[in-house]
Write a protein that binds this ligand. Sequence first.
Ligand code: GLC
Length: 752
Amino acid sequence: MKTIQLLSLVLIAGWMFACNAPKGELDELDKKVEELLGQMTLEEKVGQMNQYNGFYDVTGPAPSAGDAKNKYDHIKKGWVGSMLNVRGAKNVREMQSLAVDSSRLGIPMIFGFDVIHGHKTLSPIPLAESASWDLEAIEKSARIAAIEASAEGLNWTFAPMVDISRDARWGRVMEGAGEDTYLGTRIGVARVKGFQGDDLSANNTIAACAKHFAAYGFAEGGRDYNTVDVGTATLYNVVFPPFKAAIEEADVKTFMNSFNIVNGIPATGNSFLMRDILKGEWGFEGYVISDWSSGEEMIDHGFARDTAHVAQLAAIAGSDMDMESYAYVKYLAKHVREGRVAESVVDEAARRILKVKFELGLFDDPYKYCDEAREKELIYHQDHMDAALDMAKKSIVLLKNENNTLPLSKEQKKIAVIGTLAKDKDSPLGNWRMAGEDNTAVSVLEGLEKYTSNIKYAEGVKLVTGPTAFPIELEVNETDRSGFKEAIRLAKKSEVVIMVLGEHGLHSGEARSRANIDLPGLQQELLEEVYKVNQNIILVLTNGRPLAITWADEHLRAIVEAWQLGTQAGNAIAEVLFGDYNPSGKLPMTFPRHVGQVPMYYNYFNTGRPGPDGELFYPHYMDESHLPLYAFGYGLSYSSFEYSDLKVQVVDKENVSVEVMVKNTSSVDGEEVVQLYIRDRVASIVRPVKELKGFDKINLKAGEAQSVSFKLSKKELGFYNGNGEFLLEPGDFDVMIGGSSDKVLTASFVLN
Ligand code: GLC
C-alpha cells in the first residue's frame, strides 16, 4: 500500500519541484531525489539528517536518556534517516518496517555500523593488514567484510579510517594504515573499493565512509580527542590525500568528520573542511556524518553556546547528518522557520542522503539486506575463513632472525610456549571487532599444536586483572609474579622458547592512548628472567601499535611482529614459525626505541642542522638515539634480496621512469615489497628527506632476478604549498629504491 502511495505522490509532485533542484543536467536518479524531496515537509527533510543509536551497541558516551526514548516515535514520524548499531537481518527488518510502513512517505532508513576489520569473521586489525602492502588482499578483506555485514542487514560501514598518524601513543593507530600518506592512500582506496564493490545496488555491497575528516591522527601527546594543530601544507600534503583519493579513485559515498579542531574550529563545524575543500574543491557528492556527539561537543570546545547553536553551526558548515547529538531533530526546523538557517541547507543535506539511499537500492527494496537465509549461509563462510588466514599470514612482519633461528623444524623437540597471550583467544581479535564474537580467535597455542605435540605451555604472568569489557579501563597486572617460577622452570628444560608477549586486545583502539609503549605490565621482567635460563627465545609480538622493544632487539635471536591478526591468528603465526609461509610484511609505522622519540616518522624534514651524528648542535637527545629501532617499510624474509642496477630516465619535464633489478639470493622462494622513495632537494617549501611514491610486491623464486620499473609523473613529484596550490618545480631530485626506507639504492636526476 505504502509503495503505491509513494509512487503516485512522486509522479504528481515531480514537475513542481524540478526548479528547486541543483543546476545542470538532472539524471534519472537525481530526478527521483528531487521529486521525493519536493514532497517532503521540513521536519521530514531534517529527519533524514538525524541518526539514532540502536539499543544493541553503544560506541561512545551513553546518549542522554531523555531523548533516546523518543526514537521509535520519531522513526514512525519519518524523523530518522539512519540508525547505527542495529544489526541482524531480523532486527534490521523490524526497525526498517517502522520507517517504511508507519511514516507518511515510507522513506527507508540506512543502517550504519563499524565494520572495521571484518564483520563476524575478523581479519587482522587494519594496521596489520597494512603491513602486508598487498592491495588486492586488503580489498578482498573489505569485500568479505561487506558480504557478511550486508548479510546482517547493514548497508553502510563507518570505514575505512584513513587518518595518517605518526604517534604510537595514539590508540587508534591500530585502525588505520600507519604513518605514510602514499601507502595510506593506496590502502584507503582499496578498502573503499572492497566495501562498495562494483555495484552499490547489489545486496552484498555497502556504502563506505572515509573518516575522520580531518587530521584526527595528529592529536597532541597522542591523547585521543586532544587538540590538533597542524599547518596547512601538512594538511594538504599529508592529511588530505587519502580522503581526496577515496572520492576520485573509489567514489566513496560518505565521510565522517572528526572530534578535533582544525585551525581552531571543530571539524563538525568547519566549513573550510566540508564546504571549501570537500564539497567545493573536491566536488564530493555524498554526505557527511558527524562523529558520535561531535556536534554537541562543540559546546565543550567553546565553539557553540548550546545545542541549538550546534545545530545551526554544524548544518551551515556542511555536516549533513547528526550522530548522537540530537541537535538537528530538536532545533534545525525552528532555525529554518526563524531564518537562522536557509532551507536550502537542509535541502542539500537531505538530497545528498536520499541520493545514497537510491544508489543503494533501498527505495527499490528496503528489505533487500534482510534475508535471514542469506545471513545463515554467509556468516563465517569457509571462504571467508580462508581469506582471513591468507590476510593474516601476509600481515606478519619478521623483525629479527639471527642465524636463521626461524623457521623452526617441524621435528623440533621440547618447545616451551610462554605468555598469557599465547592462550588468549580474545586479544587477537583486536579492538573495533564490533560484531565479532569474543574469544573466537584461533590462539597461538592452538595454531602451534596443530604442528607438533612437543609443546609445553606456561602462562608466566597475567597481563590484565579485573573486567576488560568495553568501556572499562584495563587494569594491568603490576604485582602478581606467581607464574614466573613455573615459566622459568619450563624454559630451563626446553630447547626453544616461544614467548608470546604484547598488548591486550583492548590496549589499543579508541580512547586507548598509552603514555608508555613498552611491553605492558610485568612482561619485560618475565622475558628477562626467562632469558637468564634460556637464550634461545623467539619473541612473538601481538599488539595494536608500535612497541619500544629495544631490549628484545638487543638480546633475542628472533622477533616476529604478529599484531592482532583476527579470527585465524594462531594458524597464521604457526605457518610462519614453522616455515609453511615465508613472511613478507613490511612495517607501515616506524618503531621507536623509546616513547620519548615520539612522534617519529621516516619522512621527516632535514632541518637546518641535520647532523652528522656526533656533533652537538643537531636534532638529537642526550640520553637516547634519534634513530628508530625499526624503520618504516622494514621487514625481513626467510629469503634474502639484492638490489642492483638502479636506472633513472627523465622522459620530459614532468615524467621520469625508474628501473631496478631485484634478485632473490637465497634458496627459498619469497615475496619482496620493492619500495620507491623520492626527495625534492630544493623547493619553495621544504620537502621531506624521502617520501614513498611507489611500491610493488613481487614474488621471486630462489635465485630468480626480476627488473622492476616505476613511472613518476607530476602527481608523484609535485607537492602542495601552504596555499593549497599543487606545484611541480624544476630542480634536483633523488630517487631511492629498496626493501626498507632505511636501506636503499640512490640515484639523482634533474627536472628542467
Ligand atoms: C566513535 C568513533 C567513530 C565511529 C563512531 C560510531 O566514537 O570515533 O570512528 O565510527 O563513533 O561508532
